[in-house]
Design a protein around this ligand. Sequence first.
Ligand SMILES: N[C@@H](CCC(=O)N[C@@H](CS)C(=O)NCC(=O)O)C(=O)O
Length: 329
Amino acid sequence: MGLLVDGKWVDQWYDTKQSGGRFMRSQSQWRDWITADGKPAPGRTRGFKAEPGRYHFYVSLACPWAHRTLIFRELKKLQNLISVSVVHHYMGENGWTFLAEDGATGDDLYGFDYLHQIYTKADPSYSGRVTVPVLWDKKEQTIVSNESAEIIRMFNSAFDEWGDASVDLYPKALRGEIDALNDMIYPAINNGVYRAGFATTQAAYEEAFSELFSMLDKLEDRLSSQRYLTGDRLTEADWRLFTTLVRFDPVYVGHFKCNLRRIADYPNLSNYLRDLYQVPGVAGTVNMLHIKSHYYGSHTTINPTRIVPVGPQIDHDLPHNRDRFRKAA
Ligand SMILES: N[C@@H](CCC(=O)N[C@@H](CS)C(=O)NCC(=O)O)C(=O)O
């Protein structure tokens, strides 16, 4: 695990000393947008036009942020428009690598060994973390974006000429509500599990832990009277929550010490998780080998033996009771 400093790789774990033991996620630095007309997004100077075959995508199947983008690629039927390379699940002293093993593909574009070489190809003097997902422009040979929250918004609409324009996961009428849900769920749950797991003081851990479970309790209650987070329609907010929920019992309960309750102990959240998992195309994006091996195998500060637990046994294909609510639009 490390980062680039002026284009040079430095092997270094997260620094929590400046923040009272709290894990602070850094801001993604590549923030351009692909748009249907190629004009720069508001506030940006560089434009990237949506074109079939022009863009490539670097992901990890372990990573919840990359996972959202893969789900959008499936649901919006962009598989033939945007190609994908999958990094190896082990993130060690060289960061993410292109070791083509266990279902990792290697780097399909340049044959590089490490993901950090993609970052320095785009900017030889880049300083910062080398994260997935990375949305790559094959034409300009540069990174468009390494921020999943923005990549899913691009996928939702920029490629509608070729993808499935009938699927809209960020509908205009629900945008305010989706944004408000994201603003609560991201810090407490999506990033909350990391804040608990990577905390290096008891106080920082307990702060994250209590915010996490109080938000899960709230969502359990919300999902007792409606099928999805905004009501009867599946949206971006649900998919952003899904990628954390599906990792929760197998990884976050044990590895990140998020063990007050399992998702299996929440009747509504566990049925909701199965409901989302069973949406056509989604199960194929969930790779438990990559998920478990990555977390337990890569974070040696919290799991020095790198032993990957065998359980728990979970069957997301079991029936759920969520269709008792009104059908999705
Ligand atoms: N804000 C980014 C976060 C991405 C991120 O942190 N990815 C993790 C994997 S789950 C990563 O690549 N971490 C490597 C590092 O921090 O060095 C996004 O949502 O795209």
